[in-house]
Write a protein that binds this ligand. Structure first.
Ligand SMILES: NC(=O)C1=CN([C@@H]2O[C@H](COP(=O)(O)OP(=O)(O)OC[C@H]3O[C@@H](n4cnc5c(N)ncnc54)[C@H](O)[C@@H]3O)[C@@H](O)[C@H]2O)C=CC1
Ligand SMILES: O=C(CO)COP(=O)(O)O
Length: 336
């Protein structure tokens, strides 16, 4: 049955954190009718009343087209669904909400991570949780929630295996300052988003240890080289990694203290323990590091920077040991 105009214009955002709130505002700016679903009824009611997400995105007013709710039934009319909960919660959240979603609504995955334990990419987790019939897309790219929510110019990538669907969703969510490019390289886009979070932690460590801007630039370039190797081994296209969702997002996240992953690394570099460094904020790379390294090892992909981050966040090695090890690696051809 064809979707009614009302359903086609309605977007549900699952997850009322910083990014979910920003994307809800961006979709409303694009003219969509937006349902912002939170698991906590009290938080949803407060947000509906105050029109602000004080905990996760203070200082930003919700647009008129955004309706916060905790009622699962409110999701039933949305023609498009964005999942914006942390990567490690995706499976359980989709399991809970599966029955509340329209069967024909495409699901746009906005978390940047790899599931721990299963080492599964987000698209694989969603396909397992919702069954093979669900159309799945991935949205990723250089975009701080506060920039997007304030309407500052931002460009990201929307990927779906069905290129026509990717183009349609990019059009649906693009607004005056939030621009979505589209591609059919789902795997390449999700690798860029998940990988850059891990690698940005390393960049933060270099900054926190005061190793200098030259060292940080070298680190970012070597980190990008290993991300390319990983993508090649797992079916992501090199040009995707060269684009917004790869290099673009790595540059943003690995060079700004506004990034929670970078800030987490910076605190590690200054000597904080992983628990202290997290400080109650979500640093997705800390959870994804071991999974990324596990996948890399499984296909013999050399990822010394990701290995270093995984060793530090799991407490297997200290920052100084890891730096010494990286600097002692044998010299080799740059593009081997
Ligand atoms: N904040 C940003 O600038 C950007 C974030 N992202 C990605 O978006 C994802 C979410 O990040 P943020 O919104 O920034 O995190 P956040 O920490 O601001 O918010 C996470 C939200 O998820 C909710 N949540 C957690 N577990 C849940 C569960 N089991 N059921 C329902 N809701 C649950 C929390 O209550 C909270 O509202 C991450 O993967 C992140 O990498 C991507 C681009 C930009
Ligand atoms: O993904 C992001 C920017 O594109 C946000 O980065 P952090 O999660 O490190 O804050």
């Amino acid at each position: 049955m064809a979707m009614s105009g009302e359903a086609a214009n309605q977007v549900a955002v699952i997850g009322g954190g910083a990014w979910g709130t920003a994307l809800a505002n961006a979709a409303a700016a694009a003219g969509r009718d937006v349902i912002l679903w939170l698991r906590d009824p009290e938080a949803a009611a407060t947000m509906a009343r105050t029109r602000v997400n004080q905990r996760y995105l203070p200082g930003v007013t919700l647009r008129n087209g955004v309706r916060p709710t905790a009622a699962e039934g409110d999701l039933a009319t949305a023609g498009t669904v964005l999942s914006v909960v942390p990567a490690q919660t995706l499976r359980s959240v989709l399991g809970r909400l599966e029955g509340a979603l329209r069967e024909d609504a495409p699901l746009v995955l906005c978390a940047k991570g790899i599931e721990r334990g299963s080492d599964a990419f987000m698209s694989a987790v969603a396909a397992e949780a919702l069954g093979p019939g669900r159309r799945i897309a991935v949205l990723s790219g250089p975009s701080f929630a506060s920039d997007v929510a304030r309407g500052l110019p931002t460009a990201v990538t929307l990927a779906a295996e069905d290129g026509a669907l990717a183009a349609r969703l990019a059009g649906l969510l693009s607004g005056p300052s939030f621009r979505l490019y589209h591609t059919d390289d789902v795997r390449g886009v999700e690798i860029g988003g998940a990988g850059k979070n891990v690698l940005a932690i390393a960049s933060g460590i270099v900054a926190g240890r005061a190793l200098g801007e030259s060292a940080r630039a070298a680190l970012i370039a070597r980190a990008f080289a290993e991300l390319m190797r990983f993508a090649r081994a797992y079916g992501g296209r090199p040009e995707t990694l060269m684009g917004l969702s790869g290099l673009g997002d790595l540059v943003l996240t690995a060079s700004s203290p506004q990034s929670r992953n970078f800030a987490f690394g910076e605190r590690l570099g200054r000597g904080a323990s992983p628990e202290e460094a997290a400080g109650g904020k979500l640093a997705e790379g800390a959870f994804t590091a071991a999974a990324l390294v596990g996948l890399a090892r499984a296909r013999d992909v050399e990822m010394p920077v990701a290995e270093a981050v995984a060793a530090i966040v799991t407490g297997a090695a200290g920052v100084d040991d890891v730096i010494a090890r990286l600097l002692a690696r044998p010299l080799k051809g740059e593009f081997e």
